[in-house]
Design a protein. Structure first.
Length: 323
């Protein structure tokens, strides 16, 4: 009996000293990449650009899973409630991470405590545009007319509390003008309304607007980024035009469940940032009208917090609620 017990103890010690098996190492199976929107949208395109590069770094498939609903909130909630083993992470947009938490309906997650920031994936500028046949050749022209005719100009948005709506509210406050919101169901519908002069101005994601700007059927008057854009080098920033309070860009960032273990989180972060530093990835994102990200988790966490504070103030100041 003593010999048996001794042998058992030795076997146990040897097993403990052996390296971890493939089953114990992370990752040992496919990883879910949750996209809170339907296939074909900006978040989905970004995820599908990043996923093969991340898979190559991690040595396991990274499988895109579309979980659309509630403007991205449904899918982000899936990420927040996922297990902390590193086999699920996802992409969140400004709407789900910085805007929806401040609207009347709120969100079932706290973006600061229930999610672990990984990195900003892409910044998508929101130019201010008018129809190509508009008499407004500059932002100053538009502001002068809006001040002379309060309530006469309509701006298009994609709904109450959407990025185009909040950007226009920033413009309304910064320029001290009275313009009227007309809501549409999508960015494409909004772009069509601008083309048809159903609305006289509007903000929207650059990729939606760029083909019409290039064709001359829309005119960009200003951009809300700190610097001019390579796609629109002749279009001034709001800062240049004396309206620094108009600071609007959409964005998409990678997040993991807040409860995720440290080692899987570190590996996912490294794979994501390596993908975003890849020249091919950056080129493909640039082709989508997006500025590639790749900042540190700390910087991205601070960015989410600052964006939440900024848009929360706009929402409270204008008493905006979800539709």
């Amino acid at each position: 009996m003593k010999l048996t017990a001794t042998l058992a103890a030795l076997i146990g010690l040897c097993a403990a000293a052996l390296p971890a098996t493939a089953q114990d190492r992370y990752p040992s199976r496919a990883i879910r990449f949750v996209v809170p929107f339907a296939a074909g949208g900006p978040s989905d395109i970004i995820a599908r650009i990043l996923s093969p590069h991340m898979a190559a770094s991690l040595g396991q498939p990274v499988v895109v899973e579309n979980r659309a609903g509630a403007g991205g909130v449904t899918g982000v909630d899936v990420i927040a409630k996922a297990a902390g083993d590193g086999y699920a992470f996802g992409i969140g947009s400004a709407g789900a991470l910085a805007i929806s938490p401040h609207l009347g309906r709120g969100t079932p997650y706290n973006p600061v405590t229930d999610l672990a920031p990984m990195t900003l994936a892409a910044l998508v500028p929101e130019p201010l545009v008018v129809p190509g046949a508009s008499p407004f050749r500059s932002l100053q022209d538009l502001i002068a007319d809006a001040r002379a005719r309060p309530g006469a100009l309509n701006f298009g948005s994609t709904g109450s509390g959407s990025m185009p709506h909040l950007a226009a509210e920033q413009l309304r406050a910064a320029a001290n003008i009275d313009i009227v919101n007309i809501a549409y169901n999508s960015g494409r519908q909004l772009a069509t309304a601008i083309l048809r002069n159903e609305v006289q101005l509007g903000f929207a994601d650059l990729p939606v607007l760029l083909p019409n700007i290039d064709a001359g059927t829309m005119r960009a008057l200003a951009v809300g980024t700190p610097e001019r854009l390579s796609w629109l080098p002749n279009v001034p920033t709001f800062v240049e035009l004396g309206l620094p309070g108009v600071d609007a860009s959409n964005w998409h960032g990678l997040v993991a469940p807040g409860r995720i273990q440290a080692e899987p989180l570190a590996m996912l972060r490294r794979a994501a940032i390596a993908a975003l530093q890849d020249a091919e990835v950056r080129h493909r994102l640039n082709q989508q009208g997006a500025i590639p990200g790749g900042n540190s988790p700390e910087a991205f966490g601070a960015f989410i917090a600052s964006e939440g504070q900024k848009w929360g103030e706009v929402i409270r100041r204008n008493n905006i609620s979800a539709e």
